[in-house]
Design a binder for this molecule. Structure first.
Ligand code: NAD
Length: 480
């Protein structure tokens, strides 16, 4: 494997507080692993409570000026951030490919392309956003919520950061970001971009550290006015409990176990192909992954055949290779978790039709897992209920469309779903019956400007565009 571009490691061990790069006051460091080799790529800082204190104070100091800046001034900074990321696309993509394992082509187009689009679109929306309206005798004004604590995961590390940072800055709020300790490199590279853009010190502060240390210190901090969290439902529950002590408002973007439902009149082969490409994207480490394929029982054998043939074309390989479409998982912990789920599926009696526990031949060193498909899966089995976060697809047969809707809605989650039908009108009608924050109709594309988020244990609140900005605003009525 080639040596990393030194530009992705420039500030790997630093924190960005008050407009300056600094060493953490705490002594700890966190090894950042290269997903494809399982070797140490960098050492990240482990921010401690004192670092959180410095960062929150810097954000609070920067708030009065930033919150009074004009939307046009803030939009200009968002344009600079989008441009700064775009100019360094290759470096951002390499960093994500190394630390997450995403195939380099997907890193460029999705992992870096989406955050650029999100940032640019947020700037555009901001320029015409109505911060004031008149209702009766009142002037209703939207004001920045204040100091924002943003906490993000590792699977789309830059996208999840920019979904929060762009929207919060647009609203006129200031931010302390606690980036994922598993994939922190792009957050520090973003700090370089922000620094070069001339963003005033303290408006955006970036920390790396353990969730239970830096994350919890941030969530508990009395100067934090809003928490925006993306990550597991487990951590989201804990953060919600901590936030409740001070009634701090929270936005929660959590896990999922999304269903792709082929109705009786659907082209099952297309739905099966789509399910494989969608659920194996980023090695299944995508919160919206459509990991349950629901098909009429009469079409189950065909769906499995097509899914297996499609998945066989996705041979795992070196994610830095331009031809690779399926890379390793991000970490040893993730590998163990995914293998545990596969073991559980076998123990529950599901039929394994592709993949399994063994690493792909010749790829024993990194965090690789074979593309895996189960059929004869009953809806209440753990592999049909719990988020696996690996390239594992389950195929479930149904006897009636009403039963299919029940199965699709029958997990604690509600992040995404997909529906397939020869009749678009019917597809939309069924899409309305699915309890999910977004539903892809006949393969409709993911949008980085429409509202994104979940219901039930997938969370609450929305990101992207106008809806994203509004998460960081509060409404005040001036009675005239
Ligand atoms: P995680 O919950 O383990 O960690 C996410 C972030 O929270 C990390 O920065 C971590 O350090 C921090 N954290 C953990 N415990 C904390 C605590 N007690 N207090 C404060 N901070 C804490 O999740 P992960 O493994 O990094 O990411 C994978 C999960 O994220 C999956 O469940 C996935 O579905 C979810 N996810 C959701 C979305 C969405 O938009 N809905 C998007 C991507 C990922």
């Amino acid at each position: 494997m080639s040596a990393p571009n030194p530009a992705i490691l420039n500030h790997a061990g630093a924190l960005y507080i008050g407009g300056e790069f600094s060493e953490p006051l705490g002594a700890g460091v966190i090894p950042v692993m290269e997903a494809a080799t399982g070797t140490v790529l960098a050492h990240a800082a482990a921010a401690g409570p004192e670092d959180v204190e410095r960062a929150v104070e810097a954000a609070a100091r920067a708030l009065p000026d930033w919150s009074r800046s004009s939307p046009d001034q803030r939009a200009a900074f968002l344009d600079l951030l989008a441009k700064g990321i775009r100019d360094r696309t290759e470096e951002f993509a390499e960093a994500i490919t190394r630390e997450v394992g995403t195939p380099i082509r997907h890193s460029r187009s999705i992992q870096v392309g989406n955050p650029i689009a999100i940032t640019a679109n947020t700037g555009e929306v901001l320029r015409s956003y109505p911060f004031e309206e008149t209702i009766g005798n009142c002037l209703v004004v939207k004001e920045p919520v204040g100091v924002v604590a943003a906490i993000t995961p590792w699977n789309y590390p830059l996208q999840q950061v920019m979904a929060k940072v762009a929207a919060a800055l647009a609203a006129g709020s200031t931010v302390v970001l606690k980036a994922s300790e598993v994939a922190p490199l792009t957050a520090l590279m973003l700090a370089e971009v922000a620094h070069a853009s001339g963003l005033p010190g303290g408006v955006l502060n970036i920390l790396v550290g353990e969730g239970q240390v830096a994350g919890e210190a941030l969530v508990r901090h009395p100067l934090v006015d809003k928490i925006s969290f993306t990550g597991s439902t487990r951590a989201g529950r804990r953060i919600s409990e901590l936030a409740a002590a001070r009634i701090t408002p929270v936005t929660m973007e959590l896990g999922g176990k999304s269903a792709s439902l082929a109705l009786e009149d659907a082209d099952v082969a297309t739905a099966a192909k789509f399910a494989v490409y969608n659920s194996f994207l980023n090695s299944g480490q995508t919160c919206t992954a459509l990991t349950r394929l629901l098909v009429p029982r009469s079409a189950q054998a065909q769906a499995v055949e097509v899914a297996v043939a499609t998945a066989r074309k996705l041979a795992p390989g070196d994610p830095l290779d331009e031809a690779t479409r399926l890379g390793p998982l991000a970490s040893a912990a993730q590998l163990e978790r995914v293998r545990g789920s596969i073991r559980q599926g076998l123990a529950e009696g599901a039929s394994l039709v592709l993949g399994g526990l063994e690493p792909p031949p010749g790829l024993e060193a990194g965090y690789y897992v074979q593309p895996t498909i189960f059929t004869d899966v009953r809806p209440k089995m753990a592999i049909a209920q719990e988020e696996i976060f690996g390239p594992v697809l389950v195929v479930i047969g149904y006897d009636s469309e009403d039963e299919a809707v029940e199965i699709a809605n029958g997990t604690p989650y509600g992040l995404a779903a997909a529906i397939w039908s020869a009749d678009r009108g019917r597809a939309i009608e069924f899409a309305r019956r699915l309890r999910a924050g977004s539903v892809e109709v006949n393969g409709g594309a993911f949008s980085t400007s429409a509202p994104f988020g979940g219901v039930r244990e997938s969370g609450h609140g929305r990101e992207f565009g106008r809806y994203g900005i509004e998460e960081f605003l509060v409404t005040k009525s001036l009675q005239l």
